[in-house]
Each structure stands twice: as C-alpha cells, then as structure tokens.
Write a protein that binds this ligand. Structure first.
Ligand code: M6R
Length: 610
C-alpha cells in the first residue's frame, strides 16, 4: 500500500507541498511517514513513527529546504512500523520511497550485504536504495542505474527517487503499483493517485507498468519497459473530489454514516429517472441482453455488497451470479464463459487483488464493468465500462457510505438487466425504483434513532465477542456488521447465516454472549425467529433488529431480548435499512472502548498490495 508524493520546483521550498500531498494519501497507510529533500548537495530526511500528525510535529522544528523532494506515508509490509523502517530510505547518494513489495529482497539483501553494506532497516525498499547507489558508484548515470535496478528487483513497485548529485531531477518508476505525474507552471509532481495531485495540477499522466520517468521542474520524459521514449496521454483531473473535512463530527466515520441519506440521493439521481420511475444507466460498449451468468468480484465490504446484490440479480433479473473474493478468484483459474459479464466492486478502485482479477478477466474476454467511488482510479481506467457510486471521499477506514452507495448502483444494474431481459415488467421496474427512491428517507429514520442504539450499546458493553446472524440478504449484512465491529473496536465478531448456527457456531453460545440478529418481517422471519429462540435457550444476549410486525410476532419473547425497531422493508430497501444500525453499533462500541475509529491499527483505506 503506502502513498508516494514528490515535487520538483525551480528554487522553491517543496516540503509543505509534499506534506500536503501526503495528507491526501494517508488513506493508503498511516503507520509511519517521512520526507527527503536535496539541499546544498546533501540529502536531508525527516521520518516519524505514527501517522502524519507525528511527522508534522517534527517538521515544525526542521527547515528541510530544497527544490526537490519525495515523501511517503506507510503501511508496513516488511518490518515493524518504526522510524527506521519508515521511508524514505537513503544512502549518501539517493533517497527512495516505495509502494509495493519486492519479492526477491532477501536474496538481494544477502548479495548487497556481501559488499560490506549494513542495512539500517528491515524493509525491502532499502535494498533498492543500495542497488541504485552501487550502480552509480560503478560509473553508471542515474537513469541507467535506476533501469539496471529495475532489472534486479522482482515484485510490484511504484518508486520515487531523488539523486544527491542531480537536484534538478526527480525519477518515477512504475510496475504494478500506481503512480502519476502532474504538471503546473514551473513545477512537476508525482503522486500515487490523481486525487493527491488535484490541489496543484489540472492534468495528470498515469505511468504504465515498466515506465521510468525523468522529471524536471518544467518537463518530463517517460521511457517504457523497452527503454523507448513514449508519449503517454494526459487526463484532466476530476476536481469534484475535494479534501474531506470532519465538520462538526468527532470522526470521519460518524460523518460518513450520517451523510448516507444525501450521498445515496446523489447516487440515485445519477442512475434513476424519477419522473418515469425507470433506471437510467449509461450505454455499455457491449451487449448485456441474454446474459446467462454474472460474476461479481471484490474484497472486504465491497465483496459483501456483491453478496447482497446476488439476490437482486437472481430474483429480479433471473441471472445466475457468482460472487468472488478477488484474492482467491485471481489464482483459481475458474473457467469462465467467454464474453460473460464480470463486475468489479471497489470503493478505491485501487485494491490490488481486485485490479489483478480485472486484468485476468480481460485476458479471458470477459465484458468488464467496474463499480467504483474514486474517479479515474485504476479500475475505472482498466475496465470496459465504469459506474461511479458518487459517495464522495470516504476517509474513515471502515467503509460505510461507499457500501450503501455500491448497493444503489448494484440494485440499479439488477433492475436494468431484469428489465432488458424481459423478466421485469414496466410496473415491476417502477415499483423497485420507487423503493430505491425511498431509501434516503428510510436511512434518515434509522439515524434519528441513534440515541436508542447508544443506550443499547452501553447496556451490552463491555463486549468481548459477538455473533451476527441473518438469512438471505441479512446474512451479508451480518458479515458487514461483524467486519465493522472487528475493524474499529478490535472485538472478535463473526457473521453467520442464521440457519447455519446449529452446524457449529452454536458451540460458542454462553451466558451473555451478544448475538445480533437482523430479521425484517417480510422475509423468512419465522425461520430466523427459530434461531433466535435457540440463542435465548442458551442464555445468549440477543439484540434483534426488526420492524414492528416482526417484534409483534415474538409475543412475550420480546421481554427476554433487546430490540431496535426499524421501518418495514422489502427486497430493495432491507439491506440499506439494516446496515445502518450495524454501522452505528460498531461506531459507538469503538467510542466506548476508545480505539482510533478513523485509523484503526494495522489497516489502511486502500489495499494496494496483495
Ligand atoms: O477499496 P475497496 O472497496 O476495493 O476495498 C476493499 C476492502 O479493502 C474494504 O472494503 C475493507 O474491507 C474496508 N476496510 C471495510 O470496512
């Protein structure tokens, strides 16, 4: 993962711009960070353990002058998150920042150590700095030394490099991890994404695998993997994505939970025609009539949104759906119908496993659609067609509004396919669309009951373990609820299909174990209620999320459980309505525990390594 930012200017102080760029990249990692510049024929470097606030404190007391510099915000792969392992990694001659993994680093480290060099860190990246330096000392020029190094290293990398003897140049290298160049008057920049460059540039040029760029303050040249000069097309940066502010909210996660009615409205307005109550998707560059099978591929919460959507595609469009975890799918060599449709779901559009699965599917002649939040992300650029979810920047590491906005797009796509393949009538389409249009109001209703949920959280806490149960779409919603709790409060939680409990997880039940059950009255309520009784019989502490009708069904049993009542739902609205209490539950549990809600330990917003 990790974020890279670099600046080369005329004779400016680039430190502040690098720091600002890193702020925009903090979603990619925040366990340590650092900046290096060249000044007076010397490389200067400041690094810090912890997030960027820690680096900022150090920078206040440091000049760190220079017209060229590189910065990095890290998510540890090799070596613990401490200052020594923080990037940049420097030698007397070069400073290097890296996003990715060097797979043959142990071998390289041994070879380099044999020349008498002592490593100062446990990272794979330090090997790159030493290799370039060794090549420089052997008499090569900087570009040749960097190219030779890329021939030695295996794995994935985006690199930004500065060379002490060349303060008028900045080098950028890409293989497998994203990197882009942005230009403005008399300054050039590199960043891990277009968003980080958006403050300073209007246009961005994405490097391709194998590219090495030599960047000066007023021009840059790119050489491809065959060492040929190449003209890569630039793209206009989407400036609608601005740096998000917390406003009056204590955490981004809380802000993002509360933004859902409005961002979902935004998303709906892009895909729904609310005058004639129809779905209005952009034209795809391929035919999607008569689809026999759709594959949905994603990771984490995005995978769960795929699991929710499976039922929409199956029931509304009568198309068979496989939902795949990208990291497994990409290596499984699953046979695929040639010219089938594969949909990639991702908030960031940069998740390495999902991106690799996309590339794999393109080789298999699949029609590809990506459903993403970040505009111009790698997935947008690499898929045949891209549907944006319009959630706006999601900063909290735990996905909330992106998950529900993905659901809007997936529901729209399912209705659309159901309509064109003749499974849905005009009336059916109108009715499902009406339900979708009602989602913002229904979510607001749940948010209005936040105080009730806080009370329940306080009663149930302290929580050591939790079980989340549900049937149908409430099963992936349960998985999502359990993931939220795990991520931000570090409490062990399992999501299970309610009917599967008796096949094993029931052994976990003991007095007081919180068991959170989502059960809308319209779907399989009595079946889920049977599982609820089984929990009560074993002294579990049930929190039931249901509607009034569901609660009425339970009669006196309601006295033995805690309940949170939501509006009546249907197949379209249920996953939205029932996700919100789970988000709030996780958030308030984490608040009580005092964990870092927006930047939980060991995680990063965008997972750009395997
Ligand atoms: O950016 P993506 O949607 O591809 O990210 C996928 C997962 O890494 C992400 O959903 C992760 O599980 C979140 N932290 C969940 O809250």
């Amino acid at each position: 993962m990790c974020g890279i930012f670099g600046v080369i200017a005329n004779n400016d102080n680039v430190k502040d711009q690098i720091f600002d760029g890193l702020r925009r990249l903090e979603y990619r990692g925040y366990d340590s960070s650092g900046i290096a510049t060249i000044n007076n024929d010397q490389i200067n470097c400041i690094k810090s353990q912890g997030n960027l606030d820690q680096l900022q404190k150090k920078l206040i007391n440091e000049d760190l002058l220079g017209n060229v510099g590189i910065g990095h915000t890290r998510w540890a792969t090799h070596g613990v998150p401490n200052e020594a392992n923080a990037h940049p990694h420097i030698t007397d001659e070069v400073a290097v920042v890296h996003n990715g993994i060097i797979e043959n680093f142990s071998l390289l480290k041994n070879q380099i150590s044999e020349t008498g060099i002592n490593f100062k860190s446990e990272t794979d990246t330090e090997a790159i700095a030493h290799l370039i330096t060794l090549y420089l000392k052997s008499g090569m020029g900087s570009y040749e030394a960097i190219r030779a190094t890329t021939e030695d290293i295996k794995g994935s990398y985006a690199l930004a490099i500065i060379v002490r003897s060349e303060p008028n140049k900045l080098y950028a290298v890409r293989k497998g991890s994203p990197l882009a160049i942005g230009s403005s008057d008399s300054k050039n920049y590199i960043g891990s994404d277009g968003y980080s460059l958006g403050n300073y540039c209007n246009e961005v040029t994405y490097l391709k695998d194998g590219d090495i760029a030599i960047i000066k303050n007023d021009a840059f040249e790119i050489f491809d993997h065959q060492n040929e000069f190449i003209n890569r097309k630039s793209q206009i940066i989407d400036k609608t994505v601005t740096l998000a502010e917390k406003g009056a909210f204590k955490h981004f996660m809380s802000k993002e939970i509360h933004e859902q009615p409005s961002v979902i409205q935004d998303s709906i307005s892009h895909y729904i025609n609310n005058e004639d109550l129809t779905v209005n998707l952009p034209k795809f560059p391929f035919n999607i009539t008569n689809l026999k099978n759709i594959t949905l591929v994603a990771c984490g919460s995005s995978y769960y949104s795929g699991l929710v959507a499976r039922e929409w595609f199956e029931k509304l469009a009568r198309v068979k759906v496989d939902v795949e975890i990208a990291s497994e799918f990409r290596y499984r060599e699953a046979p695929m119908d040639s010219s089938g449709l594969t949909v990639f779901i991702s908030q960031s559009g940069e998740t390495a496993d999902t991106l690799a699965a996309l590339k794999h599917c393109k080789k298999l002649n699949q029609k590809t659609i990506s459903i993403v939040n970040v505009p111009n992300s790698s997935m947008c650029r690499n898929s045949d067609s891209s549907l944006k979810i319009f959630a706006g920047p999601e900063i909290g590491v735990a996905s909330t509004k992106a998950f529900t906005c993905q659901l809007v797009v997936l529901a729209s796509l399912a209705i659309h396919i159901g309509r064109i393949n003749g499974n849905l009538s005009d009336d059916d389409e109108n009715n499902y669309v009406k339900s979708l249009l009602d989602v913002p109001r229904l979510i607001s209703n749940v948010l209005d009951q936040e105080e009730d949920l806080i009370k329940i959280v306080k009663e149930l806490n302290p929580i050591k373990n939790a079980l989340y149960l549900g049937r149908g779409q409430m099963y992936p919603v349960a998985l999502e609820g359990a993931l939220k709790l795990k991520e931000i409060s570090y409490i062990h939680a399992e999501g299970y299909p309610a009917g599967e409990m008796k096949h094993g997880p029931i052994a976990l039940l003991e007095k007081g174990l919180p068991v959170i059950i989502g059960a809308p009255s319209f779907n399989l309520f009595d079946k889920t209620a049977s599982n609820l009784y089984e929990v009560i019989a074993r002294d579990g502490n049930v929190l039931l999320i249901t509607d009034q009708e569901g609660l009425n069904h339970l009669g006196d049993t309601t006295k033995k459980i805690k309940s949170f009542i939501v509006d009546e739902a249907n197949i379209i609205t249920a996953p939205f309505i029932y996700t919100i209490p789970y988000q709030l539950f996780a958030y308030h549990t984490a608040l009580l525990k005092g964990t870092d809600v927006d930047q939980p330990r060991n995680l990063a917003k965008s997972v750009t390594v395997e």
